[in-house]
Structures are given as C-alpha cells and as structure tokens.
Design a protein around this ligand. Structure first.
Ligand SMILES: O=C(O)c1ccccc1NCC(=O)[C@H](O)[C@H](O)COP(=O)(O)O
Length: 259
C-alpha cells in the first residue's frame, strides 16, 4: 500500500461521516453556491508567471512545514504577490488542512482557489463549491476513467475548473477528455517521495495542446521554471518552497520579481 492508497482508504471513511453530518442539500444552500468562479486556466494562459501558490502545513514527505501561519495572511500575501491562484490543502489527517482554511482564504481573496483534496465522491465537489473553491483537483491514480468523466462533468456544471493530475503515461492516456481544463504532472514519486522535473519533461509531449499544462511539486527555483517553460508548461504549483518561510507572500513576491 503506498501513501496515496492509505490516504484514499481514510478518505472513504471520512466522506461517509461528513455526508451524515452535512447533507448535500445543505451544501447547496451555501451563500457561496451561486458565486461565479474565476477561471484558473484562463489566469494561467494569460500570465507571465503561472504560479499557483499552495497553503500546506505538513505533508507525508516532509512532516511539519509550517504550523504557525494564519491562512488568511498567507492568502492575502499570495494575492498581493500576483500569483495566478492559490491551492488550499483541505485534508486534515495528512496535511493539517481543513475546509475552514478554504472558507477563510475565500473571505479575504478574489483570485482562483483550488481545493487540493483527494476526491473520491461527488459530495466533495459540492463541498468545494459551498466553501468557495473555483477549481477542483482530480487524481488519475485513484479514479477510473468513468469517475474522472462523471466528476469533471459535474464540476463543470457547477462552474468549476478541473485540474487533472497524473504521474505517468498510463494515467495520462486513460484520462484525456474534453471536460478537463488543466493537466497537471506531479513530479513527486509517491512511493519514494523523490521529486524529478524529468517527469514533467517526459510527459509534456503527450499532453494535447487543448489543455493548460501544469507542473506540480518539487519546484523551488526560478531555474526550474525556466527549464519547464520550453516544454509548454504554463502553470507551476509551488507549496513547500513558499510555506517553509515565515512569510510565504513575501517569498512569492520575491520569486515572481526575479522570474
Ligand atoms: O507533498 C507530499 O508529501 C504528498 C504526499 C502524498 C500525496 C500528495 C502529496 N503532496 C500534494 C501535492 O501535490 C503538493 O503539495 C504540491 O504539488 C506542492 O508540492 P511542493 O511544492 O513540493 O510542496
């Protein structure tokens, strides 16, 4: 069992409980449900930096990254830095996040927010919308092609963008479909936790041009971005590199200034 299998096994239990606590019909009554979501895919296509900055307290690969920051300060800092959007990890057990983090970030920002979650049920997409997300992540490694189709079409029907994440060619080939906006290549090997930008480079030619290409994980320098841009990447998801500092917004500002 790799870490993703463990996270997903826990997620099934968690979602079953959440559904009992807050029925889907109640989520649909959220004041945020009718809000028009800005598109992250559009922001990335039209930006020079392409940075998606993440809020990440801890992770299976690094344990504690930053437990002292206030999510609203982080969101404000990232938005002021001019990043294209913010990824908010909402998993509690492995990443120390929550849906409240998403709601709090939403309350102080207008830029696109990605609910970074391990989605295995349509209910979590309703939660994403109800708590102020504009984008959902679907992970090909844990979903069938039919689930990817159903979940992405459902997200689109709510006005959300969809970022589909892959780790290899097999996952990419099974996932390509018109209801996706962005294709993300995760550079982190979930068995060893090693990161290699070669994963993004190798898969880049296999991603059709209709999708915005996003490179995820292990990006910690301007050089990495410059290395990936010629492969057609428009989006760069950066977590630890900003969150390990005392002021992620200031770090993102400095990073973008030097791009
Ligand atoms: O970050 C982990 O250790 C991890 C382990 C298992 C599943 C997912 C994991 N991370 C989620 C992410 O995709 C990253 O948080 C994101 O790409 C940012 O990565 P980084 O810039 O390396 O913090």
């Amino acid at each position: 069992m790799n870490i993703l299998d463990k996270i997903v096994a826990d997620k099934f239990k968690e979602v079953a409980l959440r559904k009992q606590l807050i029925p889907a019909s109640q989520l649909e009554q959220s004041v945020l449900f009718d809000r028009k979501s800005p598109s992250l895919a559009t922001a990335l296509s039209t930006s020079n930096s392409g940075i998606i900055a993440e809020h990440k307290r801890r992770s299976p690969s690094k344990q504690v990254i930053n437990h002292t920051l206030n999510v609203q300060d982080v969101a404000t800092g990232y938005e002021n830095a001019g990043v294209c959007g913010m990824s908010v990890l909402t998993d509690g057990k492995y990443f120390g996040g929550s849906l409240d983090d998403l709601l709090l970030a939403r309350a102080v920002s207008k830029f696109p927010l990605l609910r970074k979650e391990f989605i295995i049920d349509e209910y979590q997409i309703l939660e994403a919308k109800a708590y102020g997300a504009d984008v959902i992540l679907l992970i090909a490694a844990v979903l069938t092609r039919e689930e990817i189709k159903n979940f992405s079409e459902f997200a689109k029907s709510l006005g959300l963008d969809v970022l589909l994440e892959v780790h290899n060619l097999e996952e990419l080939e099974k996932s390509i479909m018109p209801s996706l906006d962005m294709l993300g290549v995760n550079n982190r090997n979930l068995k060893t936790f090693e990161v290699s930008l070669d994963t993004s480079k190798t898969l880049s030619t296999k991603i059709p041009d209709d999708f915005v290409k996003v490179s995820e994980s292990g990006i910690s320098s301007i050089d990495a971005i410059k290395e990936l841009q010629p492969y057609g990447y428009k989006g760069f998801l950066i977590g630890e590199n900003f969150m390990k500092t005392d002021n992620p917004g200031a770090s993102a500002t400095e990073f973008i200034k030097n791009l």
